[in-house]
Every structure is written in C-alpha cells, then in structure tokens.
Ligand binder design. Structure first.
Ligand code: FMN
Length: 509
C-alpha cells in the first residue's frame, strides 16, 4: 500500500509510532468532526433499509462518517461509516500510512538480543510497551451509567439496522463479543453479527473456524457472554483481528493504542467489559438449548448467505452510558466500509506472516475478492518450486488458510497494482505447468463449492521460471536504461510536450 494519508491534526504521528489512544467512541467522533470527516444528519431516517442505501452511496463515493441523530423508532443515535476511507483508518490509528502500524508490530516481532547500551534501552522500551498493553481493571466506568435488568432490557431502544431487503430482521453488525475459554480462562473478543430475535435475545453468528465458537463448544451448559458496542476505533478493530486463540485481542488493542483498555466487572456476568463502551449487553448462551435459524443475511460476499442454525444469546443486563451512541456497519457487495477494516488487518499482519514465511515481500487481499477469495503475494524466489512452497504455507496459515486463489509474483512486482499483477499472470504463466489445484478448508460463507467448508484451491505461479522448473531460457524483460530515462526527465520541458506522470507511463516494469 503506497498511498499516504494526510496527517491527523489532533494525533501524534511520526513515522512508525502509533500513540493516538482516542479514549472512547465520543473522543473518536470529536476527532472525526475536527477533521471534517463526519456529517451529522438531523433528519429522521429509518434504520430499516434507508440507512443502508444512504451509506452505500456515501461509502462508494468516498464520503464521510455519518451520525444519524434521529433514527426512526429508536432512542439512540446511530454512527456509521466511521472506518469507510483510508484517511479515517489512518486517523483511527494515528498514522500517516497503515504500513506504519505494521512497522510498530514488526519492531516487536523482530526484536534481537541487544548488542550495546542503547540497544538495551530500546529493547526495554519495546518490552515496556508490551507490558503496558495489558488491559487494566478499574472500579467504575461510564458504561454503567444506565443499568437495565431483566424485563427492562429492550434491544428496540437501539437503532439496529435491517440492512438489505432479504434480511429477516435487524442485525447488530459491529459488536465486540467477549467470552472466556473454560479450559484456560483466556479471553476472546470477536466480531460476530447478531440477529435480533426479540427485545431480550439475539442469535450469535460465530462461524465454524472462529474462537468464540470454540469457547462455546468447550463449555458445559451456559457460557457467559458480554457484547461491547461503541468502542474507540482501535479496540473495535481489534475484535475483527484474526489473532491466534491464545492471544487476547484487548492486549493487541492496548498495544496499538499505546494505552491499555480499561475494564470494569460485568454486573450479571463473570466477565470484564470495556469501561468506556457506549453499550454492553451481558448474558449467556446455553449449549443445551436448541439452535435457531439465523439469516439469511446480505453478506460481505455480495450475496445473501443462507439461513443456518446458530445459538441464541439471552441478554440478562443492558448497560449504557448516558445518551449512548450506537455504531453500525453495512456489509454487502464490495467495496463497503469493512474494506478498510480488512485492509488494516492485511497491513498489520504482514510482519507476523513474514516472521513465518520470510521470503514473502508483500501481499494484497483485493477488496473485490471479499478477502478470502484472492491473495496476491510477492516473494524473493530462491529455488525451484519456491512459489508452490509459499502457496502451501499460506494455505496453512491461520485464517489465510481459507484463501481460495493465490497468485505468486516476483519480489519486484507491486502486488497492490492489479494491472502489473495481471501482466505477469499473463506473461509468465504456462497453465499446464504453473497452476496448482489443491483441496482444503474454505470460508464458512463461500457459496461456490460443492460442499460447505471444503473445496478447491487455485494457485497461480506467475514468477519467472528457472530451468529446473521446466522453462526454456527465460527472456529478459524490456526496460529503458536509467541514463536515457534521466536524460528524458531532464529535457522534457524542452520537447514542448505537456507533462506526463513518468511512473504511470511505465507502470509495468
Ligand atoms: C463487520 C464485520 C462483521 C463480521 N461478522 C462476522 C460474523 O458474523 N461471524 C463470524 O464468524 N465472523 C465475522 N467477522 C469476522 C470475525 O470478526 C473475524 O474473523 C475475527 O477474527 C473473529 O475473531 P476470533 O478469531 O477471535 O473468533 C466479521 C468481521 C467484520 C469486520
């Protein structure tokens, strides 16, 4: 990702450091407003479909975050499109470029034994930044300003959206769902949509490969669940981050924020919840209760995912800040707002991927590929079959294992420039030799395979081929000499030809 966002005025940002720590959603809204990135909508607007149509047009036009102050039929305002542009994503992280966030992660992952005093000091600072990332328990938080128990719990107070015409009900789409693994007590925070059933219950859509689901399956009887809605943007993002099961997403949030997430004890569940959340739903899911039919839902695949059995979440308490603000997100045919949450994950996880597969230079998950459908990866090729090795490594790597199609290119190819990638995928590929067909796990929501969860994988080796790979002598790529390029740069004005962008004039190089 080569683009650079303009620097947020309120946020400290210098190169690789990220230290914004908007304290909560309100702080974030204030920052968006100062930066001209938020529009307040005073007109009454219906969360039933109307908001979707407005936000779909706004996102696709690169428009602002929207705060609907009078959602029809609800007591609370609705924030949407907070993440819907690269600039706002950079504002959220307090960086000029999402790669700066990745650098902060790679600084820690690539820590070496210190060789001198200054190295030791730097190492200690890095270790301190990890230690300071752990969530902090506080005695009280504004999330408990309003506490509704039992019959007073009423999800219809919230402007929960019904997003698309084929959705059977409203869905809470931006929740951070908190559970604990009963075996080791490790917390999990995941973003799983929740279809509203009635004023005190919802479905919980944790898919087959997800950690929240694993916690539920490992629990006998009732698993306590807390759902935080309306968080600072980094903590909200962290709920969607595909971390290994034993790593607490709130620690990642603290590390990326440069300040720990403050937690308070739940009022009816033995879980801690973010003290500055706008809304928390506390409750339980009972493994002995029959599953219900969740969906269909207009999904990020661009299609309705079919109704399927999922467990029911019962709300025992609804706690809120005074005048709580409810955030939402619409997914659908890409690009939508979630594209930028996905791009943040793509960038932030590059160092971790490189730590496992160091020959990887860069990768790109095209937004139109709905994240799991396509991955373009560039490698420093060193031996015959290397591209195939990398394909199989990716098919064995966390949530990337669900990737359906992988295109491997050489190190000098810009994976974010799809025209360049297509050039090499066309020029360097003999389909009889360079296409790998494999079989493996697929995304829960993928409707294309014959069987749900499992099916075909496609790998395309678009690297230059070595003799051992069955190639004839590989031709040299055309490129103008640097001397002539410099000469023409220097003389351009003299030719009297209007200026051209030299980079775009020679993009495939
Ligand atoms: C807007 C949005 C909605 C999502 N909805 C779901 C969902 O309904 N079910 C699901 O399993 N994953 C969903 N995801 C993906 C998960 O949040 C993601 O895979 C996360 O890593 C899951 O956490 P876990 O690995 O701790 O289970 C969604 C992601 C985003 C950004």
């Amino acid at each position: 990702m080569r683009r650079v966002c303009s620097r947020p005025s309120g946020a400290a940002s210098s190169g690789a450091t990220t230290n914004v720590a908007t304290k909560d959603l309100r702080d974030w809204i204030a920052l968006l407003e100062r930066e001209g990135e938020l529009v307040r909508v005073g007109a009454e607007v219906d969360p039933d479909l109307e908001v979707t149509e407005i936000v779909d047009r706004t996102v696709k036009a690169g428009g602002p975050a929207l705060l609907f102050e009078r959602p029809k039929g609800a007591k609370h305002p609705l924030l949407i499109n907070q993440f819907g542009s690269e600039r706002r994503m950079c504002l959220a992280f307090g960086v000029e470029n999402l790669d700066d966030v990745a650098r902060k992660v790679s600084d820690v992952l690539e820590m070496q034994p210190p060789s001198g005093l200054m190295d030791k000091v730097r190492g200690l600072q890095k270790l301190k930044s990890i230690a300071d990332s752990l969530p902090e328990t506080v005695r009280r938080g504004p999330v408990h300003d309003v506490v509704l128990h039992g019959d007073d719990v009423d999800l219809s107070l919230l402007p929960v959206q019904r997003c698309w015409p084929g959705d059977p009900a409203p869905f809470i789409t931006l929740p951070a769902v908190i559970t604990r693994d009963p075996r080791d007590g490790v917390r999990n925070v995941g973003m799983y949509r929740m279809q509203v059933i009635d004023k005190r219950s919802t479905f919980m859509h944790w898919q087959l490969h997800k950690d929240g689901r694993a916690d539920w399956l490992a629990t006998d009887g009732r698993i306590p669940v807390a759902v935080a809605i309306g968080l600072d943007p980094i903590t909200a993002y962290s709920a969607s981050a595909p971390l290994p099961k034993h790593i607490d997403e709130l620690m990642l949030a603290g590390f990326l924020r440069g300040a720990p997430v403050e937690l308070v004890k739940g009022v009816t569940v033995d879980l801690e919840v973010p003290a500055h959340a706008e809304i928390v739903l506390e409750g339980y899911i009972d493994k002995d209760e029959a599953l219900g039919d969740e969906g269909p839902f207009g999904d990020h695949t661009g299609y309705y995912t079919a109704a399927e059995p999922f467990p029911v979440f019962h709300v025992t308490a609804m706690t809120m800040r005074n005048d709580a603000i409810y955030p939402s997100i619409v997914v659908g045919k890409p690009p939508q707002e979630d594209a930028w949450l996905g791009k943040a994950t793509e960038r932030i996880f590059l160092p971790a991927i490189r730590a496992t597969v160091p020959e990887i230079v860069d990768y790109d998950l095209p937004v139109a590929g709905a994240f799991h459908n396509c991955c373009i990866v560039s490698i420093r090729k060193a031996f015959p079959g290397h591209a195939h090795k990398v394909m199989h490594a990716i098919w064995g790597l966390g949530m990337l294992s669900l990737t359906k199609c992988i295109v491997v290119v050489d190190a000098h190819v810009d994976v974010h420039d799809y025209e360049q990638v297509l050039f090499y995928a066309g020029a360097n590929v003999d389909p009889a030799r360079d296409v790998v067909l494999a079989r493996g796990p697929l995304d829960h929501l993928d409707h294309a395979p014959e069987h749900q969860f499992i099916g075909g994988k496609l790998g395309i080796d678009a690297t230059a081929k070595l003799p051992e790979e069955g190639a004839r002598p590989w031709p040299e790529e055309i490129a103008m000499s640097e001397e002539v390029r410099a000469l023409v740069d220097e003389r351009w004005a003299e030719y009297g030809i209007p200026p051209v962008d030299a980079r775009s004039a020679s993009r495939i190089r």
